[in-house]
Design a protein around this ligand. Structure first.
Ligand code: SF4
Length: 228
């Protein structure tokens, strides 16, 4: 695709997002977003800040993030004047161990993700109608099967405005708008989650740098809280 065609495609996608969020607002629907504050997140956060920066953006603060992620979150929050809300697990870290004393992220990562991500977010959904999530089709097989809108629990509709965006489009948008990148971007991390469950990228270049060596590709908020 040529440069001009690419710019037109990007503009059309942005207009679609602006129109859809405006439509939800005009219908009186209550909207929230979630973000993991990776470089991949910055485009959607930038767009939300332009459309309505009062939309709450929930960050699942597991306590296991890289310090650089928290710095990046603070930087974007300030720069875009975002309404970011941290969510924490009610289960203390000392309780997040198995019988042998091993942290759950090594002994039972599904349960660790449940306690730190799924469980804190689930009650929030009861207060809203629309959940904006920045998942993209090219990120995993699960996400490839998603639609622009999916049903989620508590009558919530998940809206996936970035679903058709590619990694290339994300980086072109970042360059065009001179947006900051996550401090670990370019350090060999493709997808950055909790520190214990993220390794530097291998040659394959997909999300297998998360939960490496385990049969796990999602934390649960994009699967357990979504119906179809
Ligand atoms: S990504 Fe790892 S550390 Fe973070 S909540 Fe899931 S299992 Fe726990």
């Amino acid at each position: 695709m040529g440069k001009l065609a690419g710019a037109v495609q990007e503009r059309l996608k942005i207009m679609e997002i602006e129109e859809q969020i405006t439509k939800y607002k005009d219908q009186g629907l209550k909207i929230f977003a979630s973000s993991s504050f990776q470089t991949q997140s910055v485009v959607l956060l930038h767009l939300i800040s332009k459309i309505d920066n009062s939309i709450p953006i929930y960050f699942l603060n597991t306590g296991f993030h890289f310090p650089e992620t928290l710095e990046y979150k603070a930087e974007l929050t300030k720069r875009f004047d975002l309404n970011v809300v941290d969510l924490f697990s009610e289960i203390s870290k000392i309780q997040q161990r198995n019988d042998a004393g091993r942290m759950l992220y090594t002994s039972d990562p599904d349960y660790c993700c449940y306690l730190n991500k799924v469980q804190p977010l689930e009650p929030i959904m009861k207060n809203f109608d629309i959940w904006i999530s920045g998942v993209r089709s090219d990120q995993s097989a699960v996400r490839e099967g998603m639609s622009t809108e999916n049903k989620a629990h508590h009558g919530v509709t998940r809206y996936h405005p970035m679903l058709g965006w590619t990694g290339k489009m994300i980086y072109e948008y970042i360059a065009k708008h001179t947006l900051p990148k996550h401090p670990l971007d370019g350090e060999g991390y493709f997808s950055i989650g909790c520190q214990p469950c993220t390794i530097k990228m291998r040659l394959s270049g997909d999300r297998d740098n998360r939960w490496y060596g385990q049969n796990k590709t999602e934390c649960g908020i994009h699967t357990e809280l979504v119906i179809s």
